[in-house]
Write a protein that binds this ligand. Structure first.
Ligand SMILES: *[C@@H]1O[C@H](CO)[C@@H](O)[C@H](O)[C@H]1NC(C)=O
Ligand SMILES: *[C@@H]1O[C@H](CO)[C@@H](O)[C@H](O)[C@H]1NC(C)=O
Ligand SMILES: *[C@@H]1O[C@H](CO)[C@@H](O)[C@H](O)[C@H]1NC(C)=O
Ligand SMILES: *[C@@H]1O[C@H](CO)[C@@H](O)[C@H](O)[C@H]1NC(C)=O
Length: 166
């Protein structure tokens, strides 16, 4: 098989098995003062490869990744990174506890969030079997079922296209 053909198969395999989550900090409240982000972060599970995203008015706030001391005391000196686009997507690619704070004043008004990133859970064989059997038996009436069917059809189309051009 030619390389491009193999690539399409690899892409298809990745697209159908990996689903990273984008965790929007503060959900519809965004990144703003006066919100308890401990409540927000304790309500969800972060896995390696997920994104955390910050949405805010870029003239008023920003985002710094700091260590525990920076988080506890609202200090940006020695920060690991900073973002200021107003719509910042940060890849959580390490299994560790991350600390983010606002670097323009907001930290002391609660603009600090800490999240623990977990390794990917192994998929139990029973769950994989369940997914497969439900794909076969269920009619594509649900949004998820129909959506994934469309994605698969597109991938098959891409594979045929990619492999026919060799
Ligand atoms: C946020 O909520 C948690 C859990 O209820 C609480 O322990 C913590 O003190 C709160 N933080 C602030 C700054 O109010
Ligand atoms: C926790 O998550 C649930 C389900 O996603 C949501 O309905 C609820 O509002 C969340 N609570 C907080 C404090 O974010
Ligand atoms: C923000 O990050 C840039 C590199 O991306 C760095 O040059 C700059 O010093 C950082 N700013 C602060 C205040 O740490
Ligand atoms: C994680 O992502 C950061 C920035 O996106 C990058 O600098 C770093 O090399 C990545 N680390 C790993 C282990 O992939």
């Amino acid at each position: 098989m030619a390389l491009s053909c193999v690539l399409f198969f690899l892409l298809a395999a990745v697209a159908t098995t990996v689903s990273a989550t984008d965790h929007i900090v503060g959900a519809n409240k965004g990144w703003n003062p006066g919100i308890n982000y401990t409540l927000w972060s304790s309500n969800q599970t972060f896995y390696i490869g997920d994104l955390i995203s910050f949405r805010y008015k870029k003239t008023q706030h920003n985002v710094f990744e700091v260590n525990k001391n920076g988080y506890d005391n609202c200090i940006i000196e020695g920060a690991f990174g900073n973002w200021s686009s107003g719509r910042d997507f940060i890849l959580l690619n390490k299994t560790k506890r991350y600390y983010f704070i606002c670097g323009i004043g907001g930290c002391s008004d609660g603009m600090k969030v800490s999240v623990v990133v977990h390794p990917l859970p192994p998929r139990p064989p029973a769950a994989i079997a369940a997914v497969h059997s439900s794909e076969k038996s269920a009619a594509p009436t649900t949004v998820g079922g129909f959506g994934s069917l469309v994605v698969k059809l597109m991938l098959v189309g891409l594979m045929i296209y990619g492999c026919s051009r060799i």
